[in-house]
Design a protein around this ligand. Structure first.
Ligand SMILES: N[C@@H](CCC(=O)N[C@@H](CS)C(=O)NCC(=O)O)C(=O)O
Length: 313
């Protein structure tokens, strides 16, 4: 469908990304129907570029082609999960509860800012590490891809996995640091919950939805526990024993229990009206990989030729 004739907002995602889940939850809660166009990491760059955006740069582990990206029917683009959540609240369907009650806006902003940087990044490192075995990695990611990519999902994710791990610097050491950071952030959130029922006050707000979305890949929130959008996480029993304890410890904290409650009681049904599959992204991704390989070879040839010139030594 041509961009000009689209009537629904288009949410461009990496389907298992927790920042994308934050945006999706906000749209679902606001009762806003949308189309989701998802792709594997790397291919998302092609998709975001084709959508005419390259402006997401909200943390140093995200590129300017980050997801989620919301393309509005007017052509306007929102390229950050927080901006999407605020837009959704401002355009909520009649009768939908507001996730940003006016009286709590300042508190929500401050809780969310801490969650975005603290929980979001640490959760990504720890979760990727915990599912690093090929079997788990494919079981979580491949079924979430659109059909054209799922058909060659093993090949795509097998090629992309080392690139993801290298670009995000995911190692055991980083995962251990992330687990320690998450314990700190969960202790902070548990502290907030000693004096209030929810993270920003006594009602459910965007702060709770954000915390739950960003923590879901670490706590391995399952479909049976209310994870309607990313139902592919393994059970705690399936991950390697070294990480199982860390997950169970986080789940058992008041903050972890809060996340479980948020998914059980507050994760709305999906308002997604359609899932768009764009097979042409596969070609774009192959072209991206091929040009990366050509550049790497050219750089190597250049470096070798420099070393070979005595005048430059
Ligand atoms: N601040 C951004 C962060 C988004 C982000 O880091 N997205 C990840 C998905 S987990 C992504 O698209 N990474 C790939 C990239 O940055 O190109 C937001 O909240 O939307």
């Amino acid at each position: 469908m041509a961009a000009a004739t689209r009537r629904l907002p288009r949410l461009i995602t990496i389907p298992f990304s927790h920042y994308c889940e934050r945006a999706r939850w906000a749209l679902d809660a606001a009762g806003i129907a949308y189309e989701e166009e998802s792709s594997a990491p790397l291919l998302h760059m092609v998709n975001v570029a084709l959508a005419g955006s390259g402006k997401g740069k909200a943390d140093n582990a995200s590129s300017s082609l980050s997801t989620p990206l919301l393309v509005l029917p007017s052509g306007e683009r929102l390229h950050d999960s927080g901006a999407i959540a605020r837009w959704a609240a401002d355009h909520a369907a009649e009768g939908s509860p507001s996730l940003f009650p006016e009286a709590l806006r300042t508190e929500i902003d401050s809780v969310e800012a801490r969650l975005h940087d603290g929980v979001g990044r640490a959760a990504r490192s720890m979760a990727y590490w915990a599912i690093r075995s090929p079997d788990l990695f494919y079981a979580v990611t491949v079924p979430m891809l659109p059909p054209s990519q799922r058909a060659v999902g093993g090949l795509i994710m097998g090629t992309i996995k080392p690139l993801i791990f290298r670009s995000l610097g995911i190692t055991e050491k980083r995962a251990l640091r992330s687990a320690a950071k998450l314990e700190e952030e969960f202790a902070w959130a548990s502290g907030l919950l000693e004096t209030r029922k929810f993270l920003a006050g006594d009602v459910f707000t965007a702060a709770d939805a954000t915390f739950a979305s960003l923590a879901a890949p670490v706590l391995l929130i399952s479909a049976a526990e209310g994870n309607v959008a990313v139902p592919t996480y393994p059970s705690v029993k399936e991950i390697d024993p070294a990480w199982r304890d860390a997950v169970l410890r986080l789940r058992a904290t008041p903050a972890g229990q809060h996340v479980l409650r948020m998914y059980r009681d507050h994760r709305p049904a999906l308002k997604r009206a359609a899932e768009i599959d764009r097979p042409e992204l596969l070609l774009g991704g192959a072209a991206l990989l091929a040009s990366g390989a050509v550049l790497a070879i050219a750089a190597l040839v250049w470096a070798v030729s420099l070393l070979g010139r005595p005048s430059l030594l």
